[in-house]
Design a protein around this ligand. Sequence first.
Ligand SMILES: NC(=O)c1ccc[n+]([C@@H]2O[C@H](COP(=O)([O-])OP(=O)(O)OC[C@H]3O[C@@H](n4cnc5c(N)ncnc54)[C@H](O)[C@@H]3O)[C@@H](O)[C@H]2O)c1
Length: 426
Amino acid sequence: MKTPVRIIIVGMGIRSEIYARESLVSPELFKVVGVVDINPERVRHARELFDIPEENCFSSVEDLVAVPRFADAVINGTMDRIHVQTTVPLLEHGYDVLLEKPFALNCEEADILLSCAQKCGRKVMICHVLRYAPFYRQIHDVIKSGQIGRIMNIRMAEQISYFHESVSYVRGKYASPQICGSGLLLSKSCHDIDLMAWLMSDTVPAAVSSVGSIFQFKPEMAPEGAGTHCLHDCAIEKDCPYSAKLLYLENPQRWANNIWHDSEYDNITEEQKWEYMGRPENLYSRCVYRCGQQIVDHQAVLIQFADGATGTFSLNGGAPASGRHIHVTGTLGEIIGTFEDEYFEVRKIAPSLPGGRSVEKIQVVHAEGGEAHGGGDQAVIRDFIALVRGEETSPCCTTLQDSVVGHRIVFMAEQSREMGGQLMQY
Ligand SMILES: NC(=O)c1ccc[n+]([C@@H]2O[C@H](COP(=O)([O-])OP(=O)(O)OC[C@H]3O[C@@H](n4cnc5c(N)ncnc54)[C@H](O)[C@@H]3O)[C@@H](O)[C@H]2O)c1
């Protein structure tokens, strides 16, 4: 029988906990033997959950690498801004790393991490959970089977619901350069651009351009009567779709868990929620039009591939519902689908059929268990364990070297957007 892989958690936040909890479901795969977090509460939580010895709990990566290596690998679930600075010492100390996306903020950081991993001979896998979602896996299989011919165009779009957009990308940590450091395209859609690169892996990107702006979440778009704090000084709070009271206190299923996670309460009560949201300094009660928004709320990206194919990606924050859409056009047919629908259609050119085409509706088939990201969260950690053990991984396993293709597209799109849409050679 194999011994479980020994794992240390660096950054015991929402994401790391999801992956780490798999060790409780499948203890034969891995065991959490250490934790690092700057927040003592998160360290305590991990220590109790995974029965971690006191001497394996740390408040910084520097302290962790000051002691001899006592595990096989690390899950790094810190925020985007510190992914490279926290991962480099781990690799140098001999740990393989499962690193959350985006793995870097720009080309320079990406190069630092790539050369460090190479120099140290360590494995780095990036959490591109959507590659594991059956919807995209099955689309990948259809494309690679050649059924729809050579791909001429791939069109993808991501809609972010108004309540997800506001809680994460306007009021929350992903809008903050100090906490997160990524723009919207990098933090939200590096998954989608990675998927595009993966589905188009018979060729390589050649050029990228992009435009985008803050369309909605700025002071001049505030309705008349809007205040600064939803619970204190807003005359239109009752009619505002972004009312913090309406979204997080009266409809708590709308991403409010992320808010309570940021509070000092472990199991927050209803009364504490109202008190917390009512604090004048509470980030999540701020008027969405007056948050000093610095990241775009919509963006369009155009990609040219080396074989002449084209790709487009459209990202819109503030939609009625979240959704990911895809339309792939090949020389023999096309694929059309929406991730949330759990099926996609494959339409093929067929002159002898009525209408001149065949249409096949392909239902998404889920593996047992696994819910989040279409089962991707659980599959990603299992693949990482296989990678560390030197076993065969799934076709979805995204190493640092795989992930860099999509990340570079995003970095170039951002440069292009800052230069008014100028075409950037990849
Ligand atoms: N793969 C996905 O689908 C997906 C989804 C959401 C978020 N993410 C990414 O996952 C990462 C984590 O997101 P989250 O929501 O879990 O964040 P989080 O804020 O819940 O967790 C981050 C943790 O890191 C800790 N931390 C901060 N600085 C640290 C340091 N210097 N050393 C050690 N620990 C430190 C914080 O105290 C916190 O506990 C982000 O990069 C985010 O973009 C990925």
